[in-house]
Design a protein around this ligand. Sequence first.
Ligand code: NDP
Length: 400
Amino acid sequence: MGKVLIIGAGGVGTVVANKVAQNSKIFTDIMLASRTKSKCDAIAADVKKRTGVSIKTAQVDADSVAELTELFKTFKPELVINVALPYQDLSIMDACLECGVNYLDTANYEPLDEAKFEYKWQWAYQDRFKKAGLTAILGCGFDPGVTSVFTAYAAKHHFDEIHYLDIVDCNAGDHGKAFATNFNPEINIREVTQKGKYWENGKWIETEPHEIHKPLNYPGIGPKESYLIYHEELESLVKNLPTLKRARFWMTFGQEYLTHLRVIQNIGMARIDEVEFNGQKIVPIQFLKAVLPNPGDLGENYTGETSIGCRIRGIKDGKERSYYVYNNCSHKAAYEETGAQGVSYTTGVPATIGAMMFFTGAWRKAGVWNVEEFNPDPFMEELNRQGLPWHEIFDGDLEV
Ligand code: NDP
């Protein structure tokens, strides 16, 4: 029924490859392509052992539209799951338009030379995808992704109007390393060192990085210091849910992590511009990535779990109500199932479910869409089946 091309063979690509193979009734022909083919081959061999399903592999530089179109013309995928880096979003979308291929990703476009993510570049493709009759599904990981589907589900079933949204993201795992990031270090460090930003009463309010913080209690985990940061789904959610009076995003960080981050910034290792080194130009943050632990390799001794959810207040039948919907994911269980840790798992599983939604026709409409613009119900059902079960608390204390 479905011919799918996965681009990117990192932690998230590993999970997507495993999950599409587990659902081989829907994904009947699978290819994994990335910059380094040997990584695709290693993942394909592992997936074959775990599931018995064969995956084709290929080398591609996804910054090159010409290389992408050549690959698309040979393999002829119906859908591309882009789990390379945000820098490649636009070149992959261009190639999709050229070859008539549908598109899904988990992170919005970021220019390489500016640590600034926003949807304007990808939303600008709306007319071209519409005209071509192609579907583009944006931001289909956990956050963005599941958090936006959780919000759409709450709006559909539990509220007449949503007024306050707080997305809370806790990683209470321990990988045993002094410092490591849970997904691509370059993207992660660019994201968490930015200024904070949230939506209130029709406008964006900016804060200094990590200026606002407080302990929040996470189910099954307990209290963790949580920091207000800007996160990309806020941009589309405030547009698509105009009743929102306030929308914020909180993420937990340990003291050790923050101390390392401060040192990295203070000594210039988070810089994204080129510097001269021994007659060669290098970008410090890219060099840093080369010496940090590979997020894809953190899984083996990773203990603890993640807890990500939405805390929502609003009105139902004239009365105020609160609602908390969340998933907890064990790093160990994720590793045993796919060979990757929980953060890669919580991103790769929703990307696979989004692709299932496309192939089954539930999420198929010409144009460029954020996930909250689709029917949340079939996606929510599939989360329970595919390893990310969710739980609800009605009218509890949201703490926010
Ligand atoms: P990794 O760095 O582990 O993997 C990225 C992969 O993309 C690598 O295999 C890399 O190749 C490949 N790649 C990079 N550049 C190119 C290129 N020009 N052409 C082809 N392949 C390329 O990252 P993760 O797996 O941790 O993350 C993948 C994506 O998921 C990122 O965009 C990240 O932002 C997103 N993400 C989204 C989350 C969400 O909840 N929405 C959460 C976590 C991550 P090579 O191996 O050669 O370096």
